[in-house]
Design a protein around this ligand. Structure first.
Ligand code: KIV
Length: 287
């Protein structure tokens, strides 16, 4: 069995300049495919709210829903590190509630780490306490979807020197309180390059250019399964929506034309049992 990826593995990857491969997953069979193909970090992202549950933002997803999906992902994984996203309002109110919810992701869902967004004073305090307890925390800066309304929509962050400096300071603050790594989302490439070079912990970019220590994408985006919108930074490696549509149309045709199931796809009585059954029935006609 392959050795499990840990926070230490990711640190070593950064030191060796080996890129970290990360994707989101929300269910057992997808997690298996990712794990079997060498994905290092699987994030059960709160993007689940949008791509799986059909909400317009990440806000509505609950801790219970996130735990339910994290449990499924964990069951499908042998090697990858599973990180669970703490959903909106599960850690923003007070430290005690945040610790309780983070603990549930480790204890009930068996995730190895949790992810929180931003670097507010309270968030930094929460991260420090979680790390003290022994819960690894991944940070998330740049475009933080839980603050979409405050940020004025889905937009690139850190586009002025002043805003880029704020991002760099936030990244260093996150490192100081003990995150083992952080996501940089929708940040200019030159800004994420400087952040990556000045941090000891790895950065994992999404729409943050090529210089991060690793890359992450929402799996439904890169597989072309989620079609409501496509961010410009997404590279689509498959078109599952199209492949699935074709498969379902073919199935519908086969059912309607009595082409499915065929002989091999049906179960059969042995010839002896069939003869016995016919003799039991005798001349009775069943309607
Ligand atoms: O929820 C999510 O999928 C994420 C990634 C975009 C990093 O936070």
């Amino acid at each position: 069995m392959a050795q499990q990826v840990t926070t230490l593995t990711l640190k070593q990857y950064k030191e060796k300049k080996k890129k970290i491969v990360s994707l989101t997953a929300y269910d057992y069979s997808t997690a298996q495919v990712l794990d079997r193909n060498g994905v290092d970090v699987i994030l059960v992202g709160d993007s689940l709210a949008m791509v799986v549950l059909g909400h317009k933002s990440t806000h509505p997803v609950t801790v219970d829903q996130m735990i339910h999906h994290t449990q499924a992902v964990v069951r499908g994984v042998e090697r990858a590190m599973v990180v669970a996203d703490m959903p909106f309002m599960s850690y923003q109110e007070d430290v005690k509630e945040a610790i309780k919810n983070a603990g549930r992701f480790i204890k009930e869902a068996r995730a190895q780490a949790v992810k929180v967004e931003g670097a507010s004073r309270l968030t930094l305090e929460i991260i420090e306490r979680l790390v003290e307890i022994g819960i690894p925390v991944m940070g998330h800066l740049g475009f933080t979807p839980q603050s979409v309304h405050a940020l004025g929509g889905f937009r690139v962050q850190g586009k002025t020197a002043e805003k880029a400096m704020k991002l760099m300071n936030d990244a260093q603050a996150l490192e100081r309180v003990g995150v083992f790594g952080m996501v940089l989302e929708m940040v200019p490439a030159s800004v994420s390059k400087i952040i990556t070079e000045t941090l000891e912990v790895p950065t994992i970019g999404i729409g943050a250019g090529p210089y991060c220590d690793g890359q992450i994408l929402v799996v439904d985006d890169m597989l072309g399964k989620f079609t409501d919108f496509k961010p410009s930074f997404v590279r689509q490696y498959a078109n599952l929506a199209e492949v699935s549509s074709q498969a379902i149309a073919n199935y519908a045709d086969d059912v309607r034309n009595n082409n499915y199931p065929n002989n091999e796809e049906s179960f059969h009585l042995s010839s002896e049992e069939e003869a016995a059954l016919l003799s039991c029935i005798g001349s009775k006609v069943f309607h």
